[in-house]
Ligand binder design. Sequence first.
Ligand SMILES: Nc1ncnc2c1ncn2[C@@H]1O[C@H](COP(=O)(O)OP(=O)(O)O)[C@@H](O)[C@H]1O
Ligand SMILES: Cc1ncsc1CCOP(=O)(O)O
Ligand SMILES: [Mg+2]
Length: 274
Amino acid sequence: MDEERTEAWWARRAWALLSAVRERAPLVQCITNLVSMDIAANALTAAGASPAMLHCIREIPDFTPRCDAVYINVGALSEDWLPSMRAAASAGRPWVLDPVAVAASSFRMEACLELLALRPAVVRGNASEILALASSSDSSPTFKGVDSSHDSGEALQAAKALARSSGAVVAVSGAVDFITDGEQVISASNGVAMMQKIMATGCAVTALIAAFVGADPSDALAAAACALAIFGLAGEIGMESAKGPASLRMHLIDALYGLDEQTVTSGVKIALLP
Ligand SMILES: Nc1ncnc2c1ncn2[C@@H]1O[C@H](COP(=O)(O)OP(=O)(O)O)[C@@H](O)[C@H]1O
Ligand SMILES: Cc1ncsc1CCOP(=O)(O)O
Ligand SMILES: [Mg+2]
């Protein structure tokens, strides 16, 4: 199977998955921080998914089982929301974790480790987040809040170890995104540096990963790699018209909405690393 996963295979897979999102409009429940709600909901809907920002614990038993995927993001974690996160992660739907600033506190680290034990299909973080989560350490001297103080390649071994110990696909974002199930490593090299200057692009791309998993839960590794590459490609196209972070945000969402087969199959840069 691996031998046939050429760059051309990945390009076709990325288009097939984006097409599946557009056709099936997966319902994605998002329990996410308040900063990211707007960009995540807009990225999801531009891609063809159906976002729902529901976090009241009383709604989860009725609503979550009807979702195609669940997205949980601890960016603005609180004692009130953690029970909802636990309940939604335990509802039997495929789900994706964004461990924003996991090293911020022991409360956040313990919450993320507890959620990790509830078997997310995918964990996506920046390099500092994946390094911290893999080592269960909330005491890094280089901690910079929600931003990464490491390059994605520095977290590759940690990502592989975390994938093996948790059973999740682990994605590390950065200039090059790395996606691993603990054995295979995929690189996705789309994107522009200016994406780091738009608040909550990381949160938005994790939401998009959840939509791709919801559209096709059979291969979380492919879903995560293709969602990251497609989001990055939308950033590249958006950058052609952008003057700065605010206009890039708008043009990225427009580009995500307008992607066609030719643009996706010629533009995504996904490769299986040897
Ligand atoms: N230097 C870069 N060059 C190109 N794309 C980048 C770069 N840094 C981040 N990205 C892209 O921006 C998005 C958010 O990633 P990142 O900034 O690592 O997440 P977070 O916001 O959680 O820290 C991802 O799609 C990633 O591929
Ligand atoms: C600023 C901020 N504070 C808590 S969550 C959040 C957004 C983080 O977004 P991202 O992880 O995409 O950088
Ligand atoms: Mg983040």
